[in-house]
Design a binder for this molecule. Structure first.
Ligand code: AMP
Length: 395
């Protein structure tokens, strides 16, 4: 990574404002249901505390839209951090203002202070300079470790970096970029990219950017039906983006012209309704009868896809192979995930639904890298510069 790293800073006695990504899923009882992002923020915080910094943590949670929303306070995060770091962490009810300034001024070396949800202020999402200056005034150095929000030009991810003495990447941000660079810069070959999920339109940029780097594209999930229809197959009532059929054809031609292999499903698990308990069938071949929807890849497809992943040196995976949220349509995603976990390849998983599928399947520990950022990893794989990274000082 060509940006300054937190490892390059002398942090003892310095006030360090860390933009973390504590935007975690919560249930109705206000409990955190997935701690991946909190766990992944710990290395940077531990580095700072063991090196005697005064650590000030800031994050957003959910979409409060610029107002105080009681259920979106960071109090549950404070409790989890206290347990994981085995130290008391003071939490404020705001992220700027005289009380916050006073709390920062009374911080001792190695102590940690957690500020309140930064999106309670509308200035955050507006990337407001004055608000960013107020955040920056709390610290000597700024460290961005919020990879999941690095694609958003917001005050605490972007503008703030201009107003501290130094602005560096945290250890998580650095790890994410280093892994994703393995796919976009000089990938090991054979390099297989597996794409799935809801829409072709979300993945066009990734296909275009990786087209001259990948050896095989594997396409599953709902997006496969747009490609199959564009290739002249019957897809019944499966989800399709009618306005993307020409584009899908064009992409298939471009992929072929580059000499890249593309694999689409050859059979499917189908049902008449996307509902738990609805009767399902497995198709003989590629075509799907009218009145039925393709909701998962079938057994022949799983074999085909696994055959092409076998022997790969690098596999990048983004988007589930079917409606994995329902048990009937989970098999394709889970079997392929387990197969991935058993290979010797470097395996990189984009965030969001693919990350939840990996965790549900119980093999997360065997994957080389699971990104904490769905949108951010997609934008990075499209070759776009992430504003939260661009804002940091060069090495
Ligand atoms: P994405 O956010 O693009 O990764 O899409 C994930 C969503 O795609 C999940 O909620 C899946 O249920 C959905 N999905 C995957 N395959 C299908 C399919 N064959 N039909 C409908 N939805 C699907």
């Amino acid at each position: 990574m060509d940006k300054l790293s937190v490892l390059n800073l002398s942090v003892r006695g310095k006030r360090v404002l860390v933009r973390a990504d504590f935007n975690v899923p919560m249930n109705e009882a206000g409990e955190v249901t997935d701690r991946l992002r909190i766990n992944e923020s710990l290395p940077t915080i531990k580095f700072l505390t063991t090196h005697g910094a005064k650590t000030i943590l800031i994050s957003h949670l959910g979409r409060p839209k610029g107002r105080v929303v009681e259920s979106l306070r960071l109090t549950p995060i404070q409790k989890i951090l206290e347990k994981k770091l085995k130290m008391p962490i003071k939490k404020m009810d705001d992220c700027i203002g005289p009380q916050v300034t006073a709390a920062v001024n009374s911080l001792q070396n190695a102590e940690v202070l957690l500020l309140e949800n930064v999106r309670f202020h509308p200035e955050e999402e507006a990337n407001d300079e004055e608000f960013a200056k107020k955040l920056a005034a709390l610290a000597d150095y700024y460290v961005n470790d919020a990879f999941g929000t690095a694609h958003r030009p917001h005050a605490s991810t972007c503008a703030v970096a201009k107003y501290t003495e130094k602005a560096a990447a945290g250890l998580l941000l650095e790890k994410e970029i280093n892994f994703l660079n393995q796919a976009t810069r000089h990938p090991k070959h054979p390099f297989v990219t597996l794409l799935g999920g809801a829409k072709v339109s979300d993945k066009i940029g990734v296909i275009r950017h990786l087209i001259d780097k990948v050896d095989t594209f594997i396409v599953g999930g709902a997006m496969a039906y747009t490609f199959l229809k564009a290739s002249g197959h019957d897809i019944g009532d499966s989800k399709v983006e009618e306005d993307k059929l020409d584009l899908a054809n064009e992409l298939l031609r471009e992929i072929e012209k580059q000499g890249v292999r593309v694999l689409l499903p050859v059979d499917h698990v189908i049902a008449q309704e996307v509902k738990e308990g609805a009767p399902t069938r497995i198709t003989e071949g590629v075509d799907i009868p009218n009145g039925w929807k393709g909701l998962d890849v079938g057994p022949k497809t799983i074999k085909l896809f696994e055959g092409s992943i076998k022997g790969a040196a690098l596999v990048l995976w983004n988007g589930p192979m079917g409606v994995f949220e329902l048990p009937e349509y989970r098999k394709g995603t889970f079997e392929i995930v387990r197969f991935l976990a058993s290979t010797q390849a470097v395996t990189i998983i984009g965030g969001g639904d693919s990350a939840s599928a990996i965790h549900m399947s119980g093999v997360a520990h065997k994957i080389s890298h699971i990104s904490t950022g769905g949108g951010a990893s997609l934008e990075f794989l499209e070759g776009r510069e992430l504003p939260g990274v661009a804002a940091l000082n060069d090495k």
